[in-house]
Design a protein around this ligand. Structure first.
Ligand SMILES: Cc1cc2nc3c(=O)[nH]c(=O)nc-3n(C[C@H](O)[C@H](O)[C@H](O)COP(=O)(O)OP(=O)(O)OC[C@H]3O[C@@H](n4cnc5c(N)ncnc54)[C@H](O)[C@@H]3O)c2cc1C
Length: 510
């Protein structure tokens, strides 16, 4: 691999370790005990970071001061559920904010909750569901923290309808590296509000978030599943159902020719508790749990080991075909699921990412305007096949545009593709990703930093555009003039955001 930028998603541990040790030897106050190997969620990359675990605002302040005295950068980490390098800060400080996990206030009358940033989606829904409320925007797993969701401005299977996480943030407070706390809402410091939400921890650390929850009286949805024999019919079906409460398409990426992009679309709508078949009753807490066994017999914890046996091309072809033909056989099938069961499908199989060890996997997610989506996605899927890759999982969602400064969102569709990584395929995968970027950029598409592992600075700049980058750089100067806040993703994609770090000896010790 000649190109260092494309090689970054698989930099080896020993390289990090060597750098980490040399950094350590230059330091007087940062303990070697804090140096830990931290993996990206997809396990395809990792970094050696000095981990600090604050439990309150004062701990965060101390780490900011320590970093300035040592001339080191600070990155943030919530639950570490970003697929790539967004929550890594190699050879520098990494603040693990998952310990700031108090729900500060919950009002079941109006559905407004105030939380610390380390509260997880899981903690939140468990707290509110019995009063008939649900978080309006959730990802495909319940593990992320709300600080991480705000920093990436995540979306769910209802993006067209309800927008992204930031659309339900009523206010937040954030600690800036210089020590000031800013309180922001859509009307108070609105430039910071729309800038900090989504800017991957580059401007400040969320200390608290005030969120509006959504009414969900039964805690359940009625789900319908329809097969789509081609990519065009898949996008059409998703678009027709975009006003449903949720809609998502699964793509069989192993299919080709006339069946390219075939799959199954699931749409779901909240069930009223008055509906007679609402078999998930509000107070029946256990009904909200994911099943402990799959297919009636298989303990959930074992499933990844079985899938691992099929972790090769014929195996994935078999899994995808079975899934498609079951969908075809049960076309139009309707069933009831609890909200956690419907939304957190990926949590059904604990540890599923271990299927892909030792190389791990990456996700490639691109966002494309509606009118260009069918052709662009067909071109993406075809290019994968031409280069000898088939994603083992493909997912399509409908999106709308928004007002956040750093945003992947547009009026169109996203396609997310999961690729297994191995020592052998890494260079070819990096080349493929670059080719896919060109297809996406040629139709004015966008990318999502929470999932990214392979993008190059040129592609990031092309999709964000000079105005956004200059606005972000201005906010960075305003909020973080010493350039303290960094992470591996920011250094990989937007190095121009960072000024050289200086050791500031005058900074107080306590
Ligand atoms: C199985 C799976 C399914 C997923 N499905 C979806 C999906 O459907 N939709 C979607 O949008 N995403 C999805 N994601 C991605 C995930 O929602 C995001 O990566 C989210 O940001 C993870 O939150 P986290 O707490 O783990 O944050 P981390 O991954 O730990 O951190 C993410 C970013 O947040 C910043 N950050 C964290 N805490 C703070 C804070 N207190 N203040 C400032 N910055 C902070 C960090 O700097 C970092 O850049 C999925 C991830 C997984 C593993």
């Amino acid at each position: 691999m000649g190109d260092p930028a494309s090689a970054r998603f698989y930099i080896s541990t020993s390289e990090y370790l060597n750098i980490g040790l040399s950094v350590k030897s230059a330091m007087t106050e940062i303990s070697y005990q804090k140096l830990q190997r931290v993996p990206a969620w997809g396990l395809a990359s990792e970094a050696m970071c000095y981990i600090y675990s604050p439990t309150d605002e004062f701990d965060v302040r101390k780490v900011f001061r320590l970093a300035r005295r040592q001339g080191l950068s600070v990155g943030f980490r919530g639950a570490g559920q970003s697929y790539g390098d967004a929550a890594l800060n190699g050879e520098a400080l990494l603040l693990d904010l998952s310990g700031m996990q108090r729900i500060l206030d919950w009002n079941p009358e109006n559905g407004i909750v105030i939380v610390e940033p380390g509260v997880t989606i899981e903690q939140l829904w468990r707290k509110i569901i019995s009063s008939g409320w649900w978080p309006p925007v959730v990802p495909g797993t319940m593990k992320p923290t709300l600080g991480g969701c705000a920093a990436m401005n995540i979306h769910g299977k209802n993006h067209w309808n309800l927008g992204s996480f930031g659309d339900h943030v009523l206010a937040f407070s954030a600690l800036l590296p210089g020590g000031d706390i800013v309180h922001c809402s859509p009307t108070e410091h609105s430039e910071l509000f729309y800038g900090i939400l989504g800017s991957f921890g580059m401007l400040g650390c969320f200390l608290s978030l005030t969120l509006q929850m959504k009414r969900a009286e039964s805690g359940a949805v009625r789900v319908s599943a329809f097969t789509a024999p081609t990519i065009d019919s898949m996008l059409e079906l998703i678009d027709i159902h975009k006003e449903d409460d949720y809609v998502v398409g699964w793509v069989d990426c192993m299919s080709d020719g006339l069946r390219l992009g075939r799959g199954v679309v699931h749409m779901a709508n909240h069930l009223l508790s008055s509906e007679s078949d609402a078999n998930v009753v509000l107070d029946e807490y256990s009904k909200h749990e994911l099943p402990s066994v799959l297919f009636g017999v298989l303990p959930r914890g074992w499933v990844w080991r079985l899938i691992r046996l099929l972790n090769h091309r014929p195996g994935w072809k078999l899994i995808n075909s079975i899934r498609y033909y079951i969908g075809l056989w049960r076309n139009g099938h309707t069933f009831i699921q609890s909200l956690p069961q419907f939304n957190f499908l990926l949590d059904y199989v604990p540890d599923w990412r271990r299927v892909f060890l030792p190389g791990g996997f990456i996700q490639y997610q691109c966002f494309v305007p509606k009118a260009k989506a069918a052709d662009a996605f067909a071109a993406v899927l075809r290019r994968c096949r031409e280069r000898g890759f088939c994603a083992h999982l493909g997912v399509i969602k409908r999106h709308r545009s928004d007002d956040f400064l750093v945003s992947c969102n547009l009026d169109g569709f996203s396609l997310a593709l999961d690729f297994r990584v191995s020592e052998r395929n890494r260079p070819r995968l990096a080349t493929l990703a670059k080719e896919l970027d060109e297809i996406v950029l040629s139709v004015e598409g966008r990318f999502y930093f929470a999932k990214d592992s392979t993008l190059h600075p040129e592609a990031a700049r092309a999709f964000l555009g000079p105005d956004t980058i200059s606005q972000l750089a201005n906010l960075k100067m305003r909020c973080d003039p010493h350039g303290l806040l960094q992470n591996n993703l920011s250094r990989r994609l937007l190095p121009e955001l960072h000024v050289p770090l200086l050791v500031e000896e005058h900074v107080n010790r306590d």
